[in-house]
Design a protein around this ligand. Sequence first.
Ligand SMILES: NC(=O)c1ccc[n+]([C@@H]2O[C@H](COP(=O)([O-])OP(=O)(O)OC[C@H]3O[C@@H](n4cnc5c(N)ncnc54)[C@H](O)[C@@H]3O)[C@@H](O)[C@H]2O)c1
Length: 466
Amino acid sequence: MSVFADKCKDIAFNVVDVNKERIAAWNNNDLSKLPIFEPGLDKIIQRCRGINLTFSSDVHKAISEADIIFISVNTPTKTKGIGAGKASNLKWVESCARQISEYAKGHTIVVEKSTLPVRTGQVIKGILESSKISSNSTKPTPTFDVLSNPEFLAEGTAINDLLFPDRVLIGGDNKQALDVLGEIYKNWVPKEKIIYTNLWSSELAKLTANAFLAQRISSINSISALCEVTGADVREVSRAIGKDSRIGSKFLASGPGFGGSCFKKDILNLVYLANYFGLPEVGRFWEGVVELNSWNQSRLTKLILENLFGNLTDKKIGILGFAFKANTNDTRESPAIVICKNLLNEGAILRINDPKVDRNQIANDLETPPDQQNQKNDNLDYSYQKKSWQKMDLNRNFFEGIDAVVVLTEWESYSKIDWIEAAKSMRSPGWVFDTRSIVDTRKVSEAGLNLWRVGDGVLNEQRKRI
Ligand SMILES: NC(=O)c1ccc[n+]([C@@H]2O[C@H](COP(=O)([O-])OP(=O)(O)OC[C@H]3O[C@@H](n4cnc5c(N)ncnc54)[C@H](O)[C@@H]3O)[C@@H](O)[C@H]2O)c1
């Protein structure tokens, strides 16, 4: 909405959220305290906030004043009941629709911006229609159009993705409403990039896009494991296949696995829908993408363990990166969570660095209370002490006495580490496990450190020869 406000100066954008703390953070004068770190976002907020962009928790007022409402609430995977573990929990979407049906005035276009299961539009229409039935006869009955306008931005590059989208997708059945939303985008998006479809195609296209992207990551990660045992190099394989115009070069970088709030939940949602509509083979096909992702994370933990002589008890390991990818502070479904938990369960002591993720977030994700860890407290039981970690800046102390460094997020600063200096403080034999292929391999070997790199069968062959 910030980008919308920046590009459409004659429209007022009122962002409302029931979470008052978040709204307060969006209104913070200190732009480094905004709830989401996204390159370029702070400058846009500075330009538009208080002019045609506001943040408030007065949901009812915003609904009653709006001509268009974008529903952008969370749609996580259900944790209980029918479809638990796969289907989306639509409780927040339903609650929004109910509030809109109660407080909207005149004609309102309701836009599904959240990623939703195909045919959710039907549910929203049903709830909105109910306001006609229950509406008091003295007040004019509100009317609605429902559109689907899924968001394809990627965290870390969100501003650029919004400014220069590959396409904008708008689904619906009323041409007039489709045109109203299309006209807003035309303020900065070339008209040939705006695709109009029916509501169901638009809803399904978003799930499909995320499923295809995640599938590419699982595909290259599966080949990466094969490279490591055959002497091939996944970077060379990626380059070779990426040059094929039918395949393309994006999303072919092997790593610790996909994370973020969307990929896993959206594929599982697709699996649920396929099974629901009696297509179990389709469901199993997509479920395999998620299974491979989990397998990849546990295989990384195993190989760290094997290379450190099968024992991590009391070994100090440096973790570089906790966000699920670079240029974001988002840790939802980050591979770092599973890998760190596995290492802690093996008894390792972790030093965790991330330029943008704060200590409380890490504590939350690792389910370890932030106020207790690293305290010299004799009353703590043995198993709790084994789950020891601390967040540290990337200075000399970080490397002091550690056995290994594991690179989990591709922050640019990690590609510039002076490994010769770092190695001086590390315990010997020191290891670098690079799951993102970003460290300077020459410097790591000059420093006398052992290097494991994702999908690098050539390194493995050399090691066998030694
Ligand atoms: N994060 C992404 O990169 C991304 C990209 C594309 C699509 N999406 C989709 O967008 C949706 C939102 O994702 P997110 O990452 O922003 O989630 P989020 O959990 O960070 O934010 C959702 C917000 O909605 C608020 N909310 C919930 N119910 C509300 C209500 N009734 N009224 C007002 N506010 C309410 C919550 O307080 C929360 O702040 C999801 O469906 C997601 O799949 C996200």
